[in-house]
Design a protein around this ligand. Structure first.
Ligand code: PMV
Length: 311
């Protein structure tokens, strides 16, 4: 049996504008993960077993555009294996689906790793990332590639679409609270809606994306220099620009507002928006109490994650 695991991720700054070439910052969230086991099977075919989403079956019975089928077929094509041995692939993920924590990309990355290793050709990160990106396109239409990149490399990333990844250092640890609205966030839709806005008035939205780009650069500098309290106001500014892009929602705004009122240093939605998760920068000693305020304000789930110093 071969196993692989991949963490969740959260975008700290720069979602949506990243689709238009501006930078974004994202970090792995190791408290949640996708775990995949691949084992030889006595029954012909490639069998998927994903009890969390009640999915069981042989992949050729899945629609040809099914994300799991495409990812498995792309691994087999890459390895030039036309007649794979009978296999069973078991997928267990604690990453909430469609919430901005990268569940789709994490499952893809873990499947690619476990399957290629089981077939005795473990793929290097660069190829894992490229294959996971192909599958992201099915989920999201025009994804920037940030999810698969952070999840493949499992470290904080300063990401610019189409450019080699830039890892960045964390000079001082900082703590985040992540809260889930419980509302599924169809990234494809919010990305499509922002595209319509941009198509109708590119000049206006390019200027908004530029402002987001400035925030992201300032945030990277704050993280690298250890001036982490500066991230709070930057989150607030980024959230206001995301509201302008129409990708917030009453539920996200309520959680963002509740976090700030409960003592967070700043808060914003994270990811595609409209639902899914928000995040807040908090003093470590306030993290638990802010989580309980967020749950009273409607959060379905909360997580506390601390970015450790890397320098
Ligand atoms: O909802 P998430 O966390 O998968 O992130 C979407 C991020 C966007 O910038 C909105 C889209 C993208 O492909 O980068």
């Amino acid at each position: 049996m071969t196993v692989a695991t991949a963490p969740g991720k959260i975008i700290l700054f720069g979602e949506h504008a990243v689709v238009y070439g501006r930078p974004a910052l994202a970090v792995p969230v190791t408290q949640v993960h996708a775990d995949v086991e691949v084992m030889d099977s006595p029954v012909a075919g490639i069998w998927i077993d994903a009890p969390g989403i009640s999915l069981h079956g042989e992949i050729s019975s899945f629609p040809s555009s099914h994300a799991l089928r495409t990812v498995i077929e792309s691994v087999l094509r890459t390895l030039d294996i036309s007649a794979p041995p009978p296999l069973r692939i078991r997928i267990i993920s604690s990453i909430p689906v469609a919430s901005g924590l990268g569940s789709g990309a994490a499952v893809s990355v873990a499947v690619i790793r476990a399957l290629s290793s089981h077939l005795a050709h473990p793929l290097p990160n660069e190829q894992v990332n490229a294959l996971a990106y192909e599958t992201e396109k099915l989920h999201h239409g025009t994804p920037s590639g940030i999810d698969n990149t952070v999840i493949t490399y499992a470290r904080p990333v300063y990401f610019v679409r189409g450019q080699p990844i830039q890892a960045f250092g964390v000079a001082r640890p900082f703590t985040l609270v992540i809260a889930d609205t419980g509302i599924p966030a169809p990234t494809k839709e919010s990305v499509g809606d922002v595209r319509k806005l941009w198509q109708a008035d590119a000049g206006k939205w390019e200027a908004v994306f530029d402002k987001v780009g400035e925030i992201v650069r300032a945030a990277r500098q704050a993280i690298e220099s250890g001036n982490t309290p500066a991230l709070g106001p930057l989150m607030d500014e980024n959230h206001a620009l995301l509201q302008e892009m129409t990708v917030s929602s009453p539920e996200l705004d309520r959680l963002v507002w509740a976090a700030r009122k409960a003592g967070a240093l700043g808060a914003k939605l994270s990811g595609g928006g409209r639902g899914g998760n928000m995040l807040a920068l908090v003093r470590p000693e306030d993290a638990e109490s802010i989580c309980s305020v967020l749950r009273s304000a409607g959060a379905q789930q909360t997580l506390i994650t601390t970015l450790q110093e890397t320098l």
